[in-house]
Design a protein around this ligand. Structure first.
Ligand SMILES: C[S@@+](CC[C@H](N)C(=O)[O-])C[C@H]1O[C@@H](n2cnc3c(N)ncnc32)[C@H](O)[C@@H]1O
Length: 231
């Protein structure tokens, strides 16, 4: 099995799409919490460039479920990375939407102890992933959300914190990741609801959306510089 420190030297991350993958520091974080908890049954929505998958599989040396309908759009870069690192025999890959695959796994009575959500980042897409991830997750397992800089993710984080007493928010040092541990069963009755609005990530999301949608200008270059300084 390839050493985790070797992953960054071996994977192929094309310049135009590499920002979509987890950062190496984030991958190493996933690897560490999986090892620390001895998780073995892992799943992720949003396989992308395979970077999170490589860090997860090297932590478990066990089968990992990866889901992504758009691998062909990226020249199968993620699948090629996993193959390059010799990890392909440990990957169960579904080239389909998570909203199709997760209910199928649930019907098959599959369970997992670690689920990484990094697929469709719109609120409803992430919520569906969380909904099924919860049903598939064993007690004491972890659900990890990526891209908490996004308003959609911040809302999901706040929903779990306020409405799901069966989950514990795990404090850790990375800014762009939220970790939840399943500590019990969902005992809410049909009337239970707590509002979960949040102002978290308001400025970050607005700024990044503006940078994404605006043409090159002095102001845009200045904001990018500022953003890099503040990182
Ligand atoms: C941020 S990237 C994931 C990066 C990946 N975790 C890595 O480290 O390389 C998001 C991925 O989610 C995929 N995606 C989008 N909608 C999806 C859905 N409904 N189900 C599963 N994957 C989805 C996209 O094709 C994209 O590859």
């Amino acid at each position: 099995m390839i050493a985790v420190a070797e992953i960054k030297n071996k994977v192929d991350l094309p310049d135009d799409i590499k920002s979509s993958a987890v950062k190496f520091s984030e991958g190493e974080f996933l690897h560490t919490i999986i090892k620390k908890n001895n998780f073995k049954k892992t799943l992720e929505t949003g396989f992308g460039l395979g970077l999170s998958a490589c860090h997860i599989i090297t932590a478990t040396n066990s089968m990992h479920v990866g889901i992504d309908p758009f691998q062909a759009n990226y020249n199968s870069t993620g699948l090629k990375n996993v193959e390059k690192l010799g990890l392909k025999p440990l990957l169960e890959f579904y080239a389909d939407y998570s909203h199709n695959v997760l209910p199928k796994l649930l019907n098959e009575k599959r369970t997992f102890d670690f689920i990484f959500i990094d697929g469709d980042h719109k609120y409803d897409g992430q919520f569906i992933d969380f909904y099924y991830a919860d049903l598939l997750l064993e007690k004491n397992g972890n659900i990890v959300l990526h891209d908490t800089w996004m308003r959609s993710t911040a809302y999901l984080v706040n929903y779990i914190k306020t409405n799901r007493k069966d989950y514990e928010f795990v404090t850790q040092e990375l800014r762009n990741i939220a970790v939840f541990k399943k500590i019990g069963t969902d005992t809410r009755d049909w009337l239970y609801f707590k509002g979960f609005g949040t102002s978290k990530s308001f400025f970050t999301h607005k700024t990044i959306a503006w940078l994404h949608n605006t043409n090159d200008s002095f102001l845009k270059r200045t904001v990018i510089k500022l953003k890099d300084i503040l990182k």
